[in-house]
Design a protein around this ligand. Structure first.
Ligand code: MN
Length: 254
């Protein structure tokens, strides 16, 4: 089971959720929304488990937290994963667009300098701009567009740029999400929940509920759930080993 985009540190009882993820053997990539949260949040993972913590600066808080870019720069050398980062073009964040772009650009540049990182990227109402930045910052690493919501044409462009995709139950419930998932390259897809933000039936999704996405993908792709699971596992292995190779990092990886 794989939840490649959730926010462990934002659940009411993060330690309990992390413990349950360990018991259930879930592979987790836990986002942080600010660089200063990364070290504390990293403590939710333990030696030998399957929980990893990404270093991030969320576009929705970029205007309040941009001063933490210096902290980001200090920590990036020791962080194998980056997220949540990106751009948000929704009306309530659009007036902070300039600072969002500054933060995103800075982070892509920092990732490139250290040889590239696996990056979980937010692109709500900003797909075109996110893709333009990724194209400009070739070498920043492997982008995973989380909860992709662009057009089919933008999806094609993202695929050409080498993007991966993480899809969750919330996204796959909508017809539009299903159509996008149908057109995604199956060897570049992972599952996610975006919990605790994303909900099902009024309740925050828990990381192990990424499993619901497997059933949905099985219907969308017209293959068995076992076949979906085996592709997801292969994808995860491939993603992590390619990154370890590129950056020659000692592979404390998944
Ligand atoms: Mn998120």
């Amino acid at each position: 089971m794989i939840d490649f985009h959730c926010h462990l540190d934002l659940y009411p009882d993060p330690k309990r959720v992390a413990d349950e993820c360990r018991e259930r053997g879930v592979y987790i990539l836990s986002m942080t929304t600010t660089p200063t949260a990364w070290q504390i949040s990293s403590r939710l993972s333990q030696e030998g488990d399957r929980i990893r913590t990404a270093l991030g600066l969320h576009p929705q808080v970029a205007h309040e937290r941009h001063a933490e870019l210096s902290v980001f720069d200090e920590l990036i050398g020791g962080a194998h994963y980056v997220g949540e980062i990106g751009l948000d073009g929704a009306p309530e964040f659009k007036n902070h667009w300039a600072v969002q772009v500054k933060v995103f650009t800075h982070i892509l540049e920092a990732c490139r300098r250290v040889g590239g990182r696996i990056m979980s990227i937010h692109s709500r109402r900003a797909t075109k701009a996110v893709l333009e930045h990724l194209a400009k910052h070739d070498g920043a690493g492997t982008p995973i567009l989380h909860w992709f919501s662009g057009s089919l044409r933008e999806l094609e462009r993202a695929i050409d740029l080498g993007c991966w995709f993480s899809v969750g139950p919330a996204m796959l419930r909508s017809e539009r999400g299903q159509e996008l998932a149908e057109h995604m390259p199956r060897d570049r897809v992972l599952t996610e929940t975006d919990g605790p933000f994303a909900q099902a039936d009024g309740k925050s999704l828990m990381p192990w509920e990424a499993q619901h996405a497997v059933g949905l993908l099985s219907t969308i792709w017209g293959v068995s759930a076992d076949a979906v699971e085996s592709s997801l596992r292969d994808n995860l292995r491939k993603l992590v080993s390619s990154q370890a190779r590129e950056t020659a990092q000692p592979s404390r990886v998944l």
